[in-house]
Design a protein around this ligand. Structure first.
Ligand code: ZN
Length: 329
């Protein structure tokens, strides 16, 4: 969660909160590269209010490194989107004070339709009792919190994965259908594997993962590129994050287009871990992956079970097309 290359301070209450996140009652989840997410003190009056604490001890936005600025803002916007979606609020108060705790952090506060003082800032209302803040005060509004925060986490994960990104990079892991032939893969070059799979696709299977969020669909292992990240490194990073494997060799096999631009790249990939061809291959657990499974290439193309993207990638690979157009949203 925290990089070993940052120094936090013993005399800062938010640095302490970062270091002891696991033991903090209000800690909710890791927001990625830049911040941890906690329940905001504002959540007592505005359920769903979150506090994002920057992972370095700095004070101002101008101290965020230039190359991290855009990604930080994009991640915060994902938090905002998650709150809007889950709470169905009227608007968001998005604030950075750092007056009490002198360490960069933000409060993202949903403001609800049924509030009495919607024209006032949330921090101006701290002296107003929560019963007086809302028309038709309903105690259960404040008690439904367990699901609320679990849903915020789920929607944030979804938004992070679907944020605008230049490209995605994903891995095509292949194995022979016949168990006895699987180990031959170690004697073949990437070109020979590609040739063999294209000539006899029904003899080859491809590994897909079942997403553990949003639509719970089967997809390739991979994800969206970070700012300024080459898609091949995205694929290598995502494979490491999602299953814990280290890629030994890879080769670009097709480019997925959408609305006139390239959306992503698919790479045939061979990991270092030899057991990757097992039925239930050993992998490191990842919140975003429910399970992984091999499917026959010909069955993937024929089945409506899989998205247009998944089928399109396999079909483009077999048809030796380096480019294909995707219709998935
Ligand atoms: Zn600090």
């Amino acid at each position: 969660m925290l990089s070993p290359f940052i120094k936090l301070r013993d005399d800062c209450v938010l640095c302490q909160k970062l270091m002891n996140a696991k033991n903090e009652n209000d800690f909710l989840f890791d927001g990625g590269n830049h911040f941890l997410v906690y329940k905001s003190p504002f959540a007592q009056k505005w359920p769903g209010a979150l506090m994002a604490v920057y992972k370095r001890h700095i004070y101002e936005h101008s101290q965020i490194r230039g190359n991290e600025l855009l990604d930080t803002l994009q991640s915060l916007v994902c938090l905002e989107k998650a709150i809007i979606k889950v709470t169905k609020c009227k608007r968001i108060n998005f604030v950075k004070f750092a007056n009490v705790a002198n360490h960069l952090h933000w409060h993202i506060i949903p403001r609800y339709y049924k509030e009495n003082y919607l024209d006032k800032c949330s921090w101006e209302l701290l002296d107003v009792a929560k019963e007086d803040l809302y028309k038709n005060f309903e105690p259960h509004f404040f008690q439904k919190n367990q699901n609320l925060y679990a849903n915020l986490r789920k929607e944030y994960t979804f938004e992070i994965h679907h944020r605008d990104s230049s490209y995605f990079g994903c891995a095509l892991f292949l194995r022979a259908r016949d168990k006895n032939k699987r180990n031959n893969i170690w004697k073949l070059s990437l070109d020979e594997i590609i040739k063999s799979a294209r000539e006899n696709p029904s003899e080859w299977e491809c590994l897909l993962m079942k997403r553990n969020y949003f639509d719970f669909a089967w997809d390739f292992i991979g994800g969206n590129s970070d700012i300024n990240e080459f898609p091949e490194y995205t694929m290598i990073r995502e494979v490491k994050e999602e299953v814990g494997w280290k890629i030994l060799h890879y080769r670009e096999i097709c480019r997925q287009w959408k609305q006139g631009t390239i959306k992503g790249f698919v790479y045939l990939a061979i990991p270092e871990e030899k057991q990757y061809m097992d039925d239930d291959p050993p992998r490191t657990p990842c919140d975003e992956v429910q399970s992984v499974k091999y499917f026959n290439l010909c069955e993937i193309i024929k089945s409506n079970h899989f998205s247009d993207s998944v089928r399109g990638r396999i079909k483009a690979f077999i048809d030796k097309r380096s480019d294909f157009l995707s219709i998935d949203p």
